[in-house]
Design a protein around this ligand. Structure first.
Ligand SMILES: *Cc1c(COP(=O)(O)O)cnc(C)c1O
Length: 382
C-alpha cells in the first residue's frame, strides 16, 4: 500500500520579511555604497542604541566576530582563562580560544539554563580574565551576583546576547550589563539580515578601541568622522564591518521589530495556554516565567523527565512533519572541549538538561492552524 503523503511540514524557523527589506537593499545598490558604515548602518546602529539605551553599537559581520573583537580587546596572554557556560553555542567559547584563552566551563542553573552564578567564585583563578554569561532563550542571567564576582576579581564581563535582543531584566535591556555585549542577526535569530551581528558598548573608550579592531587595525573610523587627517595602521585587528547591503535588510527588520516580536509572542502564548496540563502529567517542564524578567520569545523549549521521553517525543513530532530540535551538545564533553582538558570536573546540570531538551517551532509565520497542529502533535507525543 502506498503511504499517504505527509500533510504538513512545519519548519522550526522561517524568516519573516516585513515588507521594506528588498526595497532598502535596492536603495543601497543604487546609492553605490556597498561596503560598511553607510547610511543604513548608521540608521540601524542608532536604532539599536536608542532602543537598548546603550551609548555605542557597532555592526559586525556576525556575533562570532563580535565575540572575537571582545577576545582581542582583552589582549589575552598565554594561560589566561575565560569562564563560559558549557551549555552554549560553539562560538561562545571558540572566539576566545582562537585568540589564546584557556576555556573554563561552568555549569548552568536548572531553572533558567543560564550560567550558575553560585558556581562562579570557585572557578575564578589568578589567571581568569573574563566571564561570558549567555542569556539562554532571552531569559536573563542573574547579572547582579555575576557582576559582583567579576568586580571583586577584576574580570571583564562579556554578555553573549545572541538570544536576548530586546529582552529585559527589571526593565534594563539585556546586552547593557557587561563591559560589552554581542548580538546576532543570523537567520535563526528574531531579527535577521542573514548573517550579521553587533557589539554594544557602555563606554566610549572601549568602543573606540573596538572600532580599530573592526576596521583591520586602522583608525579609518576616526578618519571618516574627520578626527584624523589620514588613516593608518594603529593596532592589530581584522575585517569585521557589516556590508551596508546587509544593514539595509537589517533596517527593514528593525523598523518593524514590534510586528516580528508580536508574531512570536502569539505563538508562545498559545503554547503556554495549551501545554501545562500535559506537561504536568508527564513531568515535562516549560520555560520559567518570572515577573522580573521580560523575555523576547526567542526559544520555547520542553524539558522532559528523561532523555528517552525527549527522543520519543522528537521522533513523534518529526513523523508528523513538525520540526523540533534539541540544544546544545555540551561544550566540555565535545571532542575539542575534551581535548583542551578541563580536568574532568563534572557539570551535572548541563549533562542532564542537554539530553532532555526539545525546542518547538517558533516564528511569526506560523498560522493559528500551524500552532494548533504543533500542539496536537505534542499532546500525543508521549
Ligand atoms: C547564534 C549564536 C551565536 C553566533 O552568532 P553568529 O551571528 O552566527 O556568529 C553565538 N552565540 C549564541 C548563543 C548563539 O545562539
Amino acid at each position: 500500500m502506498k503511504e499517504a503523503p505527509r500533510p504538513y511540514r512545519i519548519p522550526f524557523n522561517r524568516v519573516h520579511l516585513t515588507g521594506s527589506e528588498l526595497a532598502y537593499i535596492a536603495e543601497a545598490v543604487e546609492r553605490g555604497h556597498l561596503s560598511g558604515d553607510g547610511a543604513f548602518t548608521r540608521r540601524a546602529s542608532t536604532l539599536l542604541e536608542e532602543t537598548l539605551g546603550v551609548p555605542r553599537v557597532l555592526l559586525t559581520t556576525s556575533c562570532t566576530h563580535a565575540l572575537e573583537m571582545a577576545a582581542l580587546l582583552l589582549d589575552l596572554k598565554p594561560g589566561d582563562e575565560v569562564i563560559v557556560p558549557s551549555f552554549a553555542f560553539v562560538t561562545t567559547v571558540n572566539a576566545f580560544v582562537l585568540h589564546g584563552a584557556r576555556p573554563v566551563f561552568a555549569d548552568v542553573r536548572p531553572d533558567t539554563l543560564n550560567l550558575d552564578e553560585r558556581s562562579l567564585p570557585a572557578l575564578v583563578t589568578a589567571r581568569t580574565r573574563a566571564v561570558v554569561p549567555l542569556h539562554y532563550g532571552g531569559v536573563a542571567c542573574e547579572m547582579e551576583p555575576i557582576l559582583m564576582t567579576a568586580h571583586r576579581h577584576g574580570l571583564t564581563v562579556v554578555e553573549d546576547n545572541a538570544h536576548g535582543l530586546f529582552a529585559t531584566q527589571r526593565g534594563k535591556a539585556l546586552g547593557t550589563f557587561g563591559a560589552l555585549a554581542t548580538q546576532s542577526f543570523h537567520e535563526t535569530k528574531n531579527i535577521t539580515c542573514g548573517e550579521g551581528g553587533a557589539a554594544c558598548f557602555p563606554d566610549e573608550e572601549t568602543a573606540q578601541r573596538a572600532e580599530v579592531i573592526r576596521e583591520k587595525g586602522t583608525n579609518r573610523s576616526a578618519f571618516l568622522r574627520g578626527q584624523v587627517d589620514k588613516y593608518t595602521w594603529v593596532a592589530e585587528g581584522s575585517s569585521y564591518v557589516l556590508s551596508d547591503l546587509l544593514a539595509a535588510m537589517l533596517d527593514g527588520q528593525l523598523e518593524k521589530l514590534d510586528r516580528i516580536q508580536a508574531g512570536r509572542a502569539r505563538v508562545t502564548a498559545a503554547y503556554r495556554q495549551a501545554l501545562p496540563a500535559w506537561a504536568e502529567r508527564h513531568g515535562v517542564r516549560l520555560p520559567a516565567v518570572d515577573a522580573l524578567r521580560d523575555g523576547n520569545d526567542h526559544i520555547f523549549h520542553l524539558l522532559f523527565a528523561s532523555e528517552g521521553d525527549r527522543n520519543r517525543a522528537m521522533a513523534a513530532l518529526r513523523a508528523e512533519g513538525v520540526m523540533a530540535t534539541f540544544h546544545y551538545v555540551p561544550l566540555h564533553s565535545s571532542p575539542h572541549g575534551r581535548s583542551l582538558g578541563q580536568g574532568g570536573a563534572p557539570l551535572p546540570v548541563t549533562e542532564s538538561v542537554a539530553g532532555r531538551l526539545l525546542r518547538l517551532p517558533l516564528h511569526p509565520l506560523l498560522s493559528e492552524a500551524d500552532v494548533e497542529r504543533v500542539i496536537a502533535s505534542v499532546l500525543r507525543s508521549l
